[in-house]
Design a protein around this ligand. Structure first.
Ligand code: TXA
Ligand code: MG
Length: 343
């Protein structure tokens, strides 16, 4: 199958791209679309056959559930049953963070096919703030199942070119909406009501909506604390090895600890790219990518993260060496992806 890429730069191009995407999605096709986090591979969430095609194109195991995107509260209410004890919290989170990169895991209605949720009785839902995505879902007026548009286990694509590298000849259409503005996948939480004034938020995946932003509204539980008995520890994007480049990747916490093997070539993933951090000068790197040149700003680092990792992967180096990144704000999400890429 030949993959067509339609650019959505000018208003006219965007109109044509939206029309083509809506036509294909209505016919039960899968289409790669830009979101603010990473590119998604979308299908009508009510159409089990279309959703099966997502799993096939991505070579994704059927036990890994998909995120479903909605256009607003009305569409949300048509696919989930929000338990009364967390209703107020869900409303607050929608007001604060939607449209945007916050995904909530909620009890699903039967209208969502089992394949979408890998048999779970819950569904992960979010509302994207990307204007092209928003226009498509509004016009289509159907929820869109859309995982990241990459082969399972590989790096998420943050540009149309990266989607093409991952999925060309497997999907009919890519809508090119430029680079993603957040750069890492959405934050995923499950909400649990408590006796206390604040609910518990089980952080299933850190992302652009940070712990610091969420903790005003609930108590954040992570890691072991966040697994309930009926959540399969291995399914939800929490697979240890994920987001991986083909080239082996190692996080080196102190420059002094890096000992080069003279028979190997190395590429560097630097956070700030500053000489005083010591990483630039310890080796004659085959390729260097700097996540946040000079300023050391985490959101900038997030936007560049998957892009830089792809560049390093393409450099032909035998190993990628990564500097540590501060684990605060969206840095926690970058570090999470980096640690999984290193396994
Ligand atoms: O930013 C994003 O979330 C992007 C864009 C395209 O929206 N999507 C994305 O989807 O990252 P994906 O499939 O690559 O990651 C979705 C993850 C799954 O791996 C799983 O961990 C979690 O969402 N998930 C989905 N349904 C779940 C459920 N019912 N319970 C717990 N986790 C769930
Ligand atoms: Mg993914």
């Amino acid at each position: 199958m030949e993959t067509v890429t339609l650019s959505a730069g000018t208003p006219e191009e965007t109109r044509d791209a939206v029309t083509e995407a809506v036509t294909l999605l209505n016919k039960g096709s899968i289409v790669a679309l830009p979101t603010e986090t990473v590119y998604g591979l979308a299908a009508n969430a009510f159409n089990a056959e279309a959703c099966t095609a997502i799993f096939e194109a991505k070579e994704r195991p059927s036990f890994d559930p998909l995120i479903v995107h909605v256009s607003g509260k009305k569409m949300l209410d048509s696919i989930v049953n929000i338990p009364p004890d967390i209703e107020e919290t869900v409303d607050i989170l929608i007001r604060e963070f939607w449209p945007g990169p916050l995904t909530m895991v909620l009890p699903k209605k039967n209208i969502i096919p089992d394949i979408v949720t890998a048999g779970l009785q819950t569904v992960a839902v979010r509302r994207s703030k990307n204007p092209i995505f928003s226009e498509i879902i509004k016009e289509l007026d159907l929820p869109l199942a859309a995982p990241s548009a990459n082969i399972f286990g590989s790096m998420s694509p943050t540009s149309a070119t990266a989607v093409h590298t991952e999925l060309s000849n497997r999907i009919p259409l890519i809508i090119d909406g430029g680079a993603c503005s957040d750069g890492v996948e959405s934050t995923i939480i499950r909400i649990e009501s408590t006796e206390r004034p604040k609910p518990n938020f089980h952080l299933l995946r850190p992302g652009p909506v940070t712990v610091e932003m969420l903790k005003k509204f609930g108590k954040i539980l992570r890691g072991q604390d966040s697994q309930s008995e009926n959540e399969r520890p291995n399914s939800p994007g929490q697979l240890a090895s994920h987001y991986s480049p083909r080239t082996p990747l190692r996080i080196v916490n102190c420059p002094e600890n890096f000992k080069a093997d003279p028979s190997k070539s190395y590429a560097l993933l630097s956070y700030r790219g500053q000489e005083k951090d010591g990483y630039l000068s310890i080796h004659d790197w085959k390729e260097i990518q700097i996540l946040s040149p000079g300023s050391g700003k985490l959101p900038e680092a997030a936007v560049r993260f998957f892009f830089s990792l792809r560049k390093l992967d393409e450099s032909g180096a035998d190993e990628i060496i990564a500097e540590p990144i501060p684990g605060k704000g969206v840095g926690l999400a970058i570090l999470d992806r980096l640690q999984r890429a290193a396994l």
